[in-house]
Design a protein around this ligand. Sequence first.
Ligand SMILES: Cc1cc2nc3c(=O)[nH]c(=O)nc-3n(C[C@H](O)[C@H](O)[C@H](O)COP(=O)(O)OP(=O)(O)OC[C@H]3O[C@@H](n4cnc5c(N)ncnc54)[C@H](O)[C@@H]3O)c2cc1C
Length: 328
Amino acid sequence: MKKQIAIIAEHHKESVVSATFEAVSFALELSNLTEAKPVIIVLGKSIKEMAENLSKKTGLDVVGIEGGPLEFYNAEQYKFTLKYYLESIDPEYICMTHTAMGLDLAPGLATRLDASCITAVEGIKSQDGKISFLRSMFGGKLRAEIMPKLKKSVITILPGAWKAQELDPMENGHVDIKAAPSSISTSRTITVKEAEEETLNLDDAEVIVAAGRGIGNEENLHLVKDLAKIFNKSAIGASKAVCDLGWLGYKHQIGMTGRTVSPRLYIACGISGSSQHISGMKDSQIVVSINIDPNAAIFNVSHYCIVEDLATFIPVLLEEFRNFVGTT
Ligand SMILES: Cc1cc2nc3c(=O)[nH]c(=O)nc-3n(C[C@H](O)[C@H](O)[C@H](O)COP(=O)(O)OP(=O)(O)OC[C@H]3O[C@@H](n4cnc5c(N)ncnc54)[C@H](O)[C@@H]3O)c2cc1C
């Protein structure tokens, strides 16, 4: 039987998250190199319509596995169900998005399937018939090439690394809906509540001034806010580190698990430039970064690189701005 690449679809509120289509693009590239056949697997309580839409949009075969305990994502239920099904089709690669779900699921699933686990993949390399995967390390400072040693690999795909293509297939794929095996009782997700969304116009802002852990402490946020105030249509962004520390709310977070923005000007203050952060701001028209580390990865995507302590630089810049405005 032809080898397969299983793509585990992620969905929320009855729609498939867009990063799943990026995982499809990854699987199609891998399929060209290995001749393995991609198949999408979607788990849920009632997913026939979603499975049919997926097959229509991608032209790929889709297997839907339905069961009450799968209504919401739950690592234990997903691992149990996927192990059961994946052992029957024995795919060479099992891929999913590098999101909170993918990160939660991939390592445990790999252990259960006796598979290699390679996360945050950004590229594929094929040499002498051997496939390896590329990923960033140490906040984007190093690039690693990883070759799986086991027969199967569980892979998470970094959002933004592949584009979700408009496939427009000639034919729908085959859809097969199966009942989940009787569930395990260790845990079950009862409900999922969303954080209340406050209206913060990161999408409409022409200028985003973003704070990173390098601002040092919450009190120094005023530097970033004062800098944002000199622009008309501006908003405050943040790295995940700043949100995790509670210095700003998660609605400000930019990056893979935050917002994706593309302002005219992005000013990164004390942000190292992890691949997860960069994936959310790389389409900004002009990027200015202030960082004390001349080797900070954020400088690789910056048009203007300021190697300086932000607590020194921002007040001087504001002072110069006030002097300039005062004389015009
Ligand atoms: C699954 C997953 C999802 C993630 N999603 C996101 C996401 O959506 N968004 C995101 O941002 N991160 C995300 N992360 C976290 C990410 O990996 C990094 O940990 C995070 O981006 C680091 O934030 P930072 O750059 O503010 O902090 P750090 O990496 O600590 O960098 C601080 C920077 O400030 C500089 N600095 C220090 N002092 C000063 C000073 N006085 N003046 C100027 N510069 C100074 C330092 O040189 C350093 O470069 C995610 C991680 C995972 C695993």
